[in-house]
Write a protein that binds this ligand. Structure first.
Ligand SMILES: NC(=O)c1ccc[n+]([C@@H]2O[C@H](COP(=O)([O-])OP(=O)(O)OC[C@H]3O[C@@H](n4cnc5c(N)ncnc54)[C@H](O)[C@@H]3O)[C@@H](O)[C@H]2O)c1
Length: 321
């Protein structure tokens, strides 16, 4: 009998959650205020990270900026300070677990307890799998996935103690479906999505932690240079053009500030997720071929090769370990 009652209650909750999701697409939800929050952003030295820093600053959050590129990170801090917001910079290599723990301790001592964590830093090897040095493949997993473990271990305990906080994971649509020549990246982003979702479930299952929010951000290709050259079939390029970085960050901010649990940008990418889940593997292959998505990374790999020939160090070329 109890199971029937629970089933009916579950169906009511399920209907409400679907209706809520529909309403949210029509009526813009209220955005939460974040002035007074201490927000840590990784990969703040460039691309989306810098734009996240500026958008969080505009909302009044104090910022802790982490990046391996000290100069670029300082440049972001300067832009934040020009908005009248405090910014604290830390130079760190996120592929090193002990550095993460040590730097987290320094942040706690020197600035305070982080209440919003934006795990944004990410890398991609950009080489064909068999030709790619092992260390470069490994680095992608360390930065895009393992760092999430250590960052969360470092900052979640205080959020739990105060039942207050927000953890944002910037993953990718390539954490939801895949294509050729980005094995390291897809493995790391599927890992990031899996980690983030399991963490969200853990917080909900534990109970009494409704003050800690989680948001998973999955953008399609963004014009930051990370996937420079990547392109689908020419005739269809205008249908799904690469995202403009500011647009991507502003859409992400709306999701974060309205406590959305997940956002796919643009939302049409949900179709690709559905198609991967529902259609047979061969059907997806046929669609990929039509869209030119099967070889969309080929020109990107070529661009990366050219960049590495011109400047091996600047492009993160690491000798095989
Ligand atoms: N650009 C895209 O097309 C795209 C698409 C989907 C998801 N994403 C994700 O969005 C996030 C931001 O991407 P982006 O395009 O702004 O990248 P980006 O390369 O422009 O910026 C990444 C930043 O991370 C920093 N960084 C890299 N390795 C680091 C390390 N080991 N330690 C500390 N800092 C490190 C870099 O110095 C840089 O400032 C990443 O997680 C990326 O995977 C990007």
């Amino acid at each position: 009998m109890l199971v029937i009652v629970d089933l009916v209650l579950m169906l009511i909750d399920l209907t409400i959650s679907i209706l809520n999701a529909v309403v949210r697409t029509v009526v813009r939800p209220r955005l939460k205020p974040i002035d007074g929050e201490l927000c840590l952003i990784t990969g703040a030295g460039g691309g989306l990270g810098r734009l996240f820093a500026i958008e969080f600053a505009k909302e009044g959050a104090e910022l802790v900026l982490w990046d391996c590129n000290a100069e670029a990170n300082e440049q972001t801090a300067k832009l934040v300070r020009e908005l009248g917001i405090k910014a604290h910079t830390y130079t760190i290599d996120l592929s090193k677990r002990e550095s993460i723990y040590q730097t987290a301790d320094r942040v706690r001592r020197e600035v305070g307890d982080v209440t919003m964590l934006v795990n944004n830093a990410g890398v991609v090897a950009g080489q064909k799998f068999l030709e790619c040095p092992d260390a470069l493949l490994e680095r992608t997993l360390l930065v895009n996935c393992h760092a999430l473990f250590w960052m969360t271990k470092a900052f979640l305990p205080h959020m739990k103690a105060t039942n207050h906080g927000h953890i944002v994971t910037v993953a990718s649509t390539l954490g939801l479906f895949t294509t050729a020549c980005v094995e390291d990246y897809c493995a790391s982003k599927f890992g990031a999505v899996g980690f983030h979702e399991s963490l969200a479930h853990s917080l909900l299952a534990e109970g009494g932690l409704d003050g800690i929010k989680t948001t998973l951000v999955c953008p399609y290709i963004v014009n930051t240079g990370m996937f420079a050259g990547c392109q689908i079939r020419q005739e269809l390029r205008n249908l799904v053009p690469p995202l403009e970085p500011l647009d991507c960050v502003q859409q992400s901010m709306r999701a974060i500030l309205s406590d959305e649990m997940m956002v796919c940008i643009p939302s049409i990418m949900n179709m690709a997720v559905l198609s991967r889940a529902l259609l047979p593997w061969e059907a997806n292959i046929v669609t990929y071929r039509f869209l030119g998505a099967d070889k969309c990374m080929y020109p990107f790999i070529k661009t990366k090769q050219q960049q590495q020939q011109q400047s091996p160090v600047a492009n993160g070329h690491v000798k095989s370990g």
